[in-house]
Design a protein around this ligand. Structure first.
Ligand SMILES: Cc1ncc(COP(=O)(O)O)c(C=O)c1O
Length: 395
């Protein structure tokens, strides 16, 4: 008999995918060039040439048995060592290979991290607006996800509500900065305040509370942002990184867990990740992808288009009259919807203007909509008059 649990899940489609699917159908009618599609967070710039060249070099010069062989279950030693060295060089940390576990993107990193530090009956707290895929990662480890309502004036942490929700069952807190969908970056002040509350609560409850830092957008930071390296500010922290956005290689599925060397049982967590993999049938990312990435760890794609698009769009939207907290990173913007029902608002934009947006309800933040401006700048330019028309429909 098939599993009722997963069967039931198949009936619940993602709203983001619904909008994307609509845009694909509509493109068949009016042509893709006439759709302003801001629904998906797919990078819009190619990976660095150096990554491509390294892949070619590996394929043409290296022993096929090595590059296509099994990776050790905890990842290639050379890749783990180089990731640790890169993080130490860039952020003044003390990681060694023992703290690094290559994963299938940030998704794999978070799914492993939560299983190492939480289980049945535990709670994990996150902050709206948040990445909805946390639900399956956390449900999968038996814990319960609790969501702190957003501070919609700044999208920094709503500490008042957070403190009310803290209790002895909380095993971990997940943050995502730079944030999908708001584009906000938590300031040093926010991170230090969070760290101080967690330190206090650890003492009060007599157990660790891990901070899982979901960082796929760490490298997409705009001028003037105060963007602390989060693990530097809290000892019991696990960084979950992805190369999907920084190197524009989301299809290669590469990321890592980096366990803070100062965390409790720091050197146990990576071997534990190896055991978690056995339960999920996960094995390390392909050897060749680990090898290619280890040669470009301090590089990124040319990410400047995202800041160009942000500047253009933020200026235009706020001049039109939209209310929006200015993003300091990522390739997302999260303005207020012009009516309380953001779902209705986004469908109207899609159906009447071929402007594809995503309602904030999916991120536990109703009344807002997400614009994923990882598109060509011409698409942003084409969309601005449509945003004006949309505004005029309501105001
Ligand atoms: C906030 C956030 N976390 C995690 C992920 C998963 O990243 P990856 O696709 O690299 O696994 C994404 C992907 O868009 C994301 O936006």
């Amino acid at each position: 008999m098939i599993s009722e649990f997963y069967k039931e899940m198949t009936g619940k489609t993602s709203v983001i995918r619904d909008f994307f699917a609509y845009s694909m159908e509509r493109a068949k009618v009016v042509g893709a060039e006439n759709i302003c599609n801001f629904s998906l967070g797919n990078p819009s710039v190619p990976c660095p040439d150096s990554f491509t060249k390294e892949m070619i070099r590996l394929l043409s010069e290296k022993d096929p048995m090595a590059i296509h062989g099994y990776s050790p279950s905890l990842g290639l030693d050379s890749t783990r060592t180089k990731i640790a060295e890169s993080l130490n060089r860039r952020f003044g940390m003390d990681y060694t290979a023992k703290h690094i576990f290559p994963t299938t993107g940030a998704a794999g990193a978070i799914a492993h991290a939560v299983r190492c530090i939480a289980g049945d009956g535990d709670e994990i707290i996150t902050f709206a607006p948040y990445f909805p895929e946390y639900i399956p990662y956390i449900t999968g480890c038996g814990a319960k996800l609790r969501i702190v309502p957003a501070d919609i004036d700044s999208f920094q942490i709503n500490f008042e509500e957070f403190e009310k929700m803290m209790n002895e069952k909380v095993a971990a807190v997940i943050i995502n900065s730079p944030n999908n969908p708001s584009g906000i970056v938590y300031t040093t002040e926010t991170i230090d305040k969070l760290a101080s509350i967690l330190n206090e609560k650890q003492k009060e409850y007599g157990h660790e509370i891990f901070l899982i830092s979901d960082e796929p957008y760490r490298e997409i930071i705009f001028a003037g942002a105060d963007a602390p390296f989060i693990s530097k500010h809290y000892d019991n922290s696990i960084c979950c990184y992805s190369f999907s956005k920084s190197l524009s290689i989301p299809g290669e599925r590469l990321g890592y867990v980096a366990v803070n060397p100062k965390a409790k049982d720091a050197e146990m967590i990576v071997p534990m990740c190896g055991q978690v993999s056995r339960f999920t049938g996960h094995n390390c990312p392909p050897s060749i992808i680990q090898l290619a990435a280890e040669s470009v760890l301090d590089e990124t794609s040319d990410l400047s288009i995202y800041e160009t698009n942000k500047n253009l769009l933020y200026k235009a939207l706020t001049e039109i009259g939209y209310e929006c907290v200015e993003p300091m990173g990522t390739f997302y913007m999260f303005p207020k919807s012009l009516i309380p029902d953001a779902n209705e608002f986004c469908w109207r934009a899609a159906k009447e203007l071929d402007l594809i947006l995503v309602p904030g309800d999916s991120f536990a933040c109703p009344g807002h909509f997400r614009i994923a401006y990882c598109v060509q700048t011409e698409t942003v330019e084409k969309a601005i008059p449509r945003f004006k028309k949309l505004y005029d429909m309501y105001k």
